[in-house]
Write a protein that binds this ligand. Structure first.
Ligand code: NAD
Length: 351
């Protein structure tokens, strides 16, 4: 296993590269900032065309984790890892175990969780080689049930709470009953969010590229099915993106009829300037890494001792963080994504 480390980076504390001929592993760990604690973030597996493309992604994603954990008030730093390869073809036990051994080389400065292209099962394989893995242990919930390490239920709960904060700020309503929400992506987070919204009396318009998921939401929750390309233009109060990134862009923003964007997807703005475009259209944007922090909060509580009451209290803090962002954005006449970044930067020390 060949390990090389880069330390002369402007923003990051450490970037470490691994090539393991035996297993075929080619991976990078980036540690952006550890001033608040150990760097924690997902391990992504993706068929990057070049190592440079993978490096750019891991640098960007690890930085994002510093901001997310700071805004979620967690004693965690920001880090991320990427494995270069196709998760459908190149993933096997030898490769995952090699990744585990690679993580040992960082001596716990970085702890990995699941991400796109990796599953809890994959992380359990890595954990045969390393203790620096989280989000894999079952948890006993208040009603006595065992829950897997998957943080999606907490992400959905946090997004629901954040959506309430946005509705309160923009529409002056504490109650969601009768609210109209268009939701894109009925996956692990999105489907759970529709259940929470439906229980609160919200009327739902839903889209997914997987017709079975849409059919389930129509049948079980009385949602209205919408074609994926039409979800942006629905006459609703809230648009909740819960599928992929870059969905708020020059093509989609002009279509929006919703006055609020509150969803779980990562990197919703195609470019930072789209935060300003939304503001100019009078649309309130709940910054993605603030509203979707339930997952990282969940993973943190797994690390430090699972207590569902404390976990839910901490997730409840997303409401206050968003309210603070919305108020500061108004006072300073700046987009909410810019204010969120400024607030996060006040909470960690640059090296
Ligand atoms: P998932 O893969 O389970 O669900 C994504 C869903 O989006 C799938 O049902 C997929 O079919 C659908 N989809 C894909 N393209 C679509 C399109 N063009 N139109 C409509 N639907 C489409 O993923 P997830 O875990 O639910 O995560 C959803 C988003 O939330 C992602 O952006 C993820 O990065 C982010 N996020 C997730 C968590 C978590 O705890 N899982 C935490 C933070 C952020």
């Amino acid at each position: 296993m060949e390990i090389t480390s880069k330390k002369d980076l402007s923003e990051h504390e450490q970037v470490v590269f691994c090539r393991d001929r035996e297993s075929g592993l080619q991976a990078i760990v980036a540690i952006h900032n550890t001033s608040r604690g150990v760097a924690l973030g997902g391990c992504r597996m993706w068929p990057y065309a070049t190592e440079d493309e993978a490096l750019n992604d891991v640098l960007r994603l690890s930085k994002g984790m510093t901001y997310k954990s700071a805004m979620a008030d967690l004693n965690l730093g920001g880090g991320k890892s990427v494995i270069i390869g196709d998760p459908r073809k190149d993933k096997n036990e030898a490769l995952l175990r090699a990744m585990g051994r690679f993580l040992n080389e960082l001596h716990g400065d970085y702890v990995a969780a699941e991400d796109s292209g990796t599953s809890v099962a994959d992380l359990k394989v890595m954990a045969k080689e390393t203790p620096y893995i989280t989000g894999i242990h079952e948890k006993r919930t208040l009603d006595g049930q065992l829950r897997s390490g998957d943080p999606s239920p907490s992400t959905a709960l946090g997004t629901f709470i954040g959506l309430r904060a946005a509705v309160q700020h923009q529409l002056g309503k504490e109650e969601l009953r009768g609210l109209r929400v268009a939701l894109q992506g009925l996956g692990n987070v999105g489907y759970r969010l529709t259940e929470l919204l439906s229980r609160a009396g919200v009327k739902l318009w839903v889209a997914d590229t997987d017709a079975k998921r849409v059919a389930a939401a129509v049948r079980k929750l009385g949602a209205t099915a919408v074609a994926p390309e039409d979800i942006f233009r629905q006459p609703v109060d809230v648009f909740a993106p819960c599928a992929m990134g870059a969905v708020l862009n020059d093509t989609t923003i002009p279509q929006l009829q919703a006055g609020i964007i509150a969803g779980a997807a990562n990197n919703q703005l195609a470019e930072r300037r789209h935060g300003l475009v939304l503001k100019e259209r009078g649309i309130l944007y709940a910054p993605d890494y603030v509203i979707n922090a339930g997952g990282i909060i969940d993973v943190y509580f797994e690390q430090t001792g699972f207590d569902e009451v404390k976990l839910n209290q901490h997730i409840g803090g997303i409401y206050d963080s968003l309210q603070e962002i919305f108020i500061r954005a108004e006072k300073q006449n700046l987009p909410t994504n810019v204010i969120a970044d400024l607030m996060a930067e006040e909470r960690f020390t640059r090296h």
